[in-house]
Design a protein around this ligand. Structure first.
Ligand SMILES: Cc1ncc(C[n+]2csc(CCOP(=O)(O)OP(=O)(O)O)c2C)c(N)n1
Ligand code: SF4
Length: 270
């Protein structure tokens, strides 16, 4: 009998703040898992550290709660070793774009067949509200950035495109059904699929509840990278939907797998 979204919940109660956007991302992931008829034993959710990175504990699947900023190398290694698994990396903007920023660039360019969901609340939630790479330049926090960050915000979708990602989408925690559809499409995409999810932190950036008035569907369906670049640069950062979808060969290529005839540990005294 097909499983329902609720069947993919682990039974561990999330400890996120009431109203945190990450609840909706969890719901969207389990909806997408049900729609794709995944099982607990053919799915692995991998994370780094942060409020968002607690998510694997809440899903009934294989999970790995790793080291801060290292969700993508963990997910990459897992998918290369176990291509039969649906591997989903999750985490926050701090985890993925600050300490993990270099891994993000290389995951986009390497094109291993994994899904990466960055739950972007433009702040370090877990460590109590410091600015992150995606914090707006003018974001004022009286104690920590009293004059704003005075640093240009990181643009995850533009950087994903420039780094070679073949699937780039933006979702919103206030639209869990739309987000579930994007995750479904990302899982179906052959190659690295990146979704930036605007996922509000109601505790440290309560003004993000106004995002619901700002999000809008993206205009257009770009077919080339140049068209996608134009769309992403023209967008105000609140356009949700698929910004780019263009498959290219995934890594590892079939010949690389065929060459691995010997146990790589042979010769080592274990
Ligand atoms: C190596 C290392 N550096 C710093 C930290 C402290 N730390 C834990 S979570 C975090 C940032 C979390 O922010 P984000 O990834 O945006 O997730 P959120 O909590 O907002 O969901 C930081 C800096 C750590 N755990 N390990
Ligand atoms: S601190 Fe922010 S990100 Fe963390 S659980 Fe609370 S609302 Fe969510």
């Amino acid at each position: 009998m097909p499983l329902k979204a609720r069947d993919y919940k682990s039974g561990i109660k999330p400890i996120w703040c009431p109203g945190c956007g990450h609840y909706s991302v969890l719901n969207a992931i389990t909806k997408a898992m049900a729609a794709r008829e995944l099982t607990s034993h053919n799915t692995a959710i991998v994370s780094g550290i942060g409020c968002s990175s607690r998510l694997p504990a809440y899903v009934s699947s294989y999970g790995f709660h790793g080291v801060h900023g290292r969700a993508l190398p963990l997910a990459t290694g897992l998918k290369v070793a176990r291509p039969d698994l649906e591997v989903v990396a999750v985490g926050g903007d701090g985890d993925g774009f600050s300490i993990g920023g270099n891994h993000f660039l290389h995951a986009c360019r390497r094109n291993v067949d994994i899904v990466y969901i960055a739950m972007d609340n433009e702040v370090y939630g877990m460590t109590k509200g410091q600015a992150s790479p995606t914090s707006p330049e003018t974001w004022l926090d009286g104690k920590l950035t009293p004059h704003g960050t005075e640093v240009r915000a990181f643009q995850p979708c533009a950087i994903a495109l420039a780094s070679g990602a073949g699937f780039i989408a933006r979702g919103y925690s206030g639209d869990p059904n739309g987000l579930a559809q994007l995750i479904f499409e990302a899982m179906a995409f052959p190659g690295f699929a990146f979704i930036q999810v605007l996922s509000q932190c109601v505790t440290f950036v309560p003004e993000q509840t106004a995002w619901k008035q700002r999000v809008h569907p993206v205009e257009g369906a770009p077919e080339t990278a140049a068209e996608a670049a134009a769309l992403i640069h023209a967008d105000d950062g609140f356009g949700k939907g698929i910004l780019y979808r263009s498959p290219r060969p995934v890594w590892p290529r079939p010949h690389a797998q065929a060459d691995q005839t010997e146990d790589p540990r042979a010769g080592f005294a274990l």
